[in-house]
Design a protein around this ligand. Structure first.
Ligand SMILES: *Cc1c(COP(=O)(O)O)cnc(C)c1O
Length: 393
């Protein structure tokens, strides 16, 4: 038997292919996959100098995405979460404690509201909803000594009420109250909450940044280093991790974000203007549309619009609303938005939990305008509206 000099076969197989081939430079970042991070020596294992010691903290693609999102949001630091809702719940859990109270816009994304009502309250955090069109003075005037945080979503993603986030942030800061904005509609590009003094800008990257309706992720962006540490600790304490492949996918979406938003924003405004002139329509809720609610605020604080808005139909029964939606051929019927494709939903079942403005004069329909030719989308809607009129009588 030949004498073995090196390791035996199983060991060689376990180690095979690990020779250090330097990664070639590509346009996108390397996607590293790893739970274990190999450290150079024993002293580094417990070195607290901020060294990366475990893959859950994120590897090359996650760090590339965080850096790019910091550029997008005009932020010093960005934390990643496995979904948009995880970014909201993670940011809230990172800064709140039992005994605190939060003020939340009544037009908040419904799963965020569920978290506030079902989780925050269970852990002793008081939740109070405010009228999304309240003046900043009245809103901050509702705060008590226990109020720690104000959560805005501007515009709300079903009915599009806006807040004057800059003024709310200014008044809140004077009372040592943190402000958080869900800026999914603005995508970190059309509007930058941090530039307006908001403490934490959260968005569902699932929507416009990823842009293809095929990945979940969320981010929280901040400028204050103490808040950045709290958010990072929160991610660590809750055990969130984001996969390298998905971080890569979101970063790829970010490259075309301005181009897609420009096209979808223009198409959305064209469709909204067309709807406004239709006899079946009571009102169009699109802050970018001249004459629509909150248009002045949008004009002051936004550089453009995305493709998401709503409109109310003249009153008609649910069967007529469903017949309208079922008649659409180009609009998919489905939740979420921000992808390249057009979508439609009826909103009324989601409005029942609201304390303010639960009624928009008739059935509320939300549209997401994709990258299709807007003239085709208008033809599709015209067919749907004819059927609505026939069914609504
Ligand atoms: C979709 C959405 C979220 C949640 O994002 P997910 O990635 O689906 O968890 C949060 N806020 C708003 C306004 C959204 O539209």
């Amino acid at each position: 038997m030949p004498k073995t000099t090196g390791p035996r076969e199983d060991t060689r197989l376990i180690r095979a292919g690990q020779s250090a081939t330097p990664a070639a430079k590509t346009v996108g970042p390397a996607v590293q996959k790893g739970s274990t991070v190999l450290l150079p020596d024993a002293a580094s294992l417990y070195d607290d100098g901020g060294r990366l010691t475990y893959g859950r903290q994120g590897l090359s693609a996650q760090f590339a995405l965080r850096e790019a999102l910091a550029e997008l949001e005009h932020a010093k630091a960005v934390s990643l979460y496995p979904s948009g809702i995880a970014a909201l719940t993670g940011a809230l859990l990172a800064v709140l404690k039992a005994g605190d109270t939060v003020l939340v816009t009544d037009a908040i994304y419904k799963p965020t509201r569920r978290f506030c009502d079902h989780v925050l309250k269970r852990f002793g955090v008081g939740v109070r909803y405010f009228d999304p069109r309240q003046t900043p003075e009245a809103l901050v005037g509702e705060a008590s000594e226990a109020t720690r945080l104000i959560l805005m979503e501007s515009p709300g993603s079903l009915s599009f009420e806006m807040q004057d986030v800059g003024r709310v942030a200014e008044l809140a800061r004077a009372r040592r109250i943190l402000t958080v904005a869900d800026n999914t509609w603005g995508a970190g590009y059309l509007h930058r909450p941090l530039d307006h003094g908001v403490d934490i800008s959260v968005q569902a990257l699932t929507k416009y940044v990823a842009g293809h309706s095929d990945v979940f992720m969320g981010s929280a962006a901040v400028n204050d280093p103490k808040l950045a540490r709290l958010l990072d600790d929160g991610v660590h304490n809750l055990g969130w991790a984001v996969a390298g492949d998905e971080a890569y996918q979101v970063l790829r979406g970010l490259r075309t974000l301005p181009t897609r938003l420009a096209r979808q924003g223009d198409s959305g405004l064209a469709v909204a203007a067309w709807l406004r002139d239709r006899p079946e329509v009571i009102e169009v809720f699109h802050p970018g549309l001249p004459g629509a609610p909150d248009h002045a605020l949008w004009k002051r604080d936004y550089t453009g619009a995305c493709g998401l808005f709503a409109f109310s139909l003249k009153p008609g029964p649910e069967v007529a609303v469903n017949a309208f939606l079922d008649a659409l051929r180009l609009f998919g019927l489905g939740f979420s938005w921000g992808g390249f494709e057009s979508l439609a939903i009826a909103c009324d079942p989601q409005l029942k939990v609201r304390g303010f403005h639960p009624d928009y004069g008739g059935p509320l329909i939300r549209l997401h305008i994709g990258l299709e030719d807007p003239a085709d989308l208008i033809d599709d809607l015209a067919r749907g509206l004819d059927i609505y009129t026939a069914k609504a009588g």
